[in-house]
Design a protein around this ligand. Structure first.
Ligand code: AMP
Length: 143
């Protein structure tokens, strides 16, 4: 069983975040520059929301808003679902599938931000684990 704490050790704990007053345009520039699909919105170190490409499509473009005149705070999701580092990657994938989102911040017991995992990170970790099991089984069969 791989835990999110182990995944973060491999992936790194860097979190790309913006302040609530950042414009949507600036947030999109960060996402493009870092090649990511969502940014966390931090207000004085506290998680205030999450803004993803889906929010841009549905809450900005389709609503006829201008990205340079709209703050991320207006269009982010404020109720952020997070996970603890002790959660397994399998359970994290189940959570993402059930809630239909692809990003989950990881917070410790004191609600300190430890990192963020995407569905891509989770699937990658699960595939790596399965490959190790397959290799072991192949070695066993060929003995
Ligand atoms: P995503 O699939 O991550 O692009 O996100 C789809 C929708 O869910 C968007 O409205 C996001 O703002 C929202 N979202 C993404 N991650 C989370 C999360 N961890 N908690 C709550 N909402 C989220």
């Amino acid at each position: 069983m791989t835990l999110l704490s182990q995944l973060l050790q491999t992936k790194g704990q860097e979190v790309y975040a913006v302040a609530p007053e950042t414009t949507v345009y600036e947030a999109l520039a960060v996402m493009a520059d870092k090649n990511i699909g969502a940014v966390l919105v931090l207000d004085k170190g506290r998680v205030a929301g999450i803004f993803s490409e889906r929010d841009y499509a549905r809450r900005v473009v389709l609503q006829g808003k201008a990205s340079r005149d709209t703050a991320v705070a207006e269009v982010m999701t404020a109720e952020v679902v997070y996970a603890r580092p002790s959660l397994s990657v399998e359970k994290c994938l189940a959570l993402m599938t059930e809630k239909r989102f692809r990003h989950v911040p990881v917070l410790d017991d004191e609600d300190q931000l430890l990192g963020i995992v995407s569905i891509g990170d989770v699937v990658k970790a699960m595939l790596a684990k399965q490959q190790i099991i397959i290799n072991h089984l192949e070695d066993y069969i060929h003995q």
